[in-house]
Write a protein that binds this ligand. Structure first.
Ligand SMILES: [Zn+2]
Length: 264
């Protein structure tokens, strides 16, 4: 049990991590002070404001192509973070916690067969991801290549339904899609276009270094980082996170999910 010594309207310390007026991450840190019953003083911080949940409707205000290829300009100078697959629950959770630590959003591309709807921990993680404004994209239910538009339709609807149940939100819908193994073939692209989706390619993985990112900026190529929910990638991101954010910032860009990176 604790109580606030004062109404919490006035932060004692106020720190804007970035100076962007419309920063995608709204990285404000407030420090509040509480007095515990034994008169001990404790300080704590939390992030505000809450981000809205992201679904297909969130994208309606943008005019977007169906493919990022040759259209990297939709992200301006921003660095887009995308995290694929979900076969490793522990690492998915660690990845999300790391992103929260930095207060940076990302787009997750999970496969639903690896999410156990009877495991409360799984449900809690994906609800946290969604409820805190992180985007969830389509990467098929089972990470298998689909051979026809009909098969993709069915799988996409199943994927969406499963997530609506996991998230307990029947309005959940998807705009961003990525084919497993990057099989952006004719079938996939026809299906994407027919359904007015956004096909999400990438330009960088954990196999590249920070000079590679600088080169992408220099050559004015797209900057979409693809990581997976696996141990090495979580550690890679932890090691390079500050530098990634810094390089984006030096180039006039921000770091975040697909939705948060689209130029307003
Ligand atoms: Zn994948």
């Amino acid at each position: 049990m604790f109580f606030f010594t004062k109404p919490i309207s006035k932060p004692i310390k106020y720190r804007v991590v970035y100076e962007y007026t419309d920063d995608i991450s709204s990285q404000y840190h407030y420090t509040y002070t509480i007095q515990l019953p034994d008169n001990q003083i404790q300080h704590f911080t939390y992030y505000i404001p809450q981000r809205p949940k992201i679904n297909a409707h969130s994208f309606h205000k943008f005019k977007l192509p169906h493919d990022t290829l040759n259209n990297w300009g939709i992200f301006g100078k921003n660095l887009v973070l995308t995290i694929d697959d979900s076969y490793n629950f522990e690492q998915t959770k660690r990845m999300y916690q790391l992103l929260r630590e930095y207060n940076i959003t990302a787009t997750f591309f999970p496969n639903t067969i690896y999410i156990n709807p009877h495991n409360p921990e799984h449900l809690e993680l994906w609800r946290d991801i969604y409820n805190s404004g992180y985007e969830i994209g389509y990467h098929t239910t089972d990470h298998a290549r689909k051979r026809s538009v009909e098969e993709l339709d069915r799988d996409f609807n199943t994927f969406t339904d499963i997530f609506r149940n996991i998230l307990q939100d029947q309005s959940f819908s998807i705009k961003s899609v990525r084919a497993p193994y990057g099989y952006f073939d004719r079938v996939w692209m026809k299906w994407v276009t027919d359904n007015n989706l956004l096909n999400m390619r990438w330009t960088m993985t954990e196999l590249e270094d920070m000079d590679y990112l600088r080169k992408l900026y220099y050559k004015q190529k797209g900057r979409v980082l693809l990581l997976h929910n696996r141990k090495g990638d979580v550690e890679w991101l932890r090691k390079h996170f500050n530098e990634l954010i810094q390089i984006a910032k030096e180039n006039g860009g921000k770091t975040g999910s697909i939705y948060d990176s689209i130029v307003r």
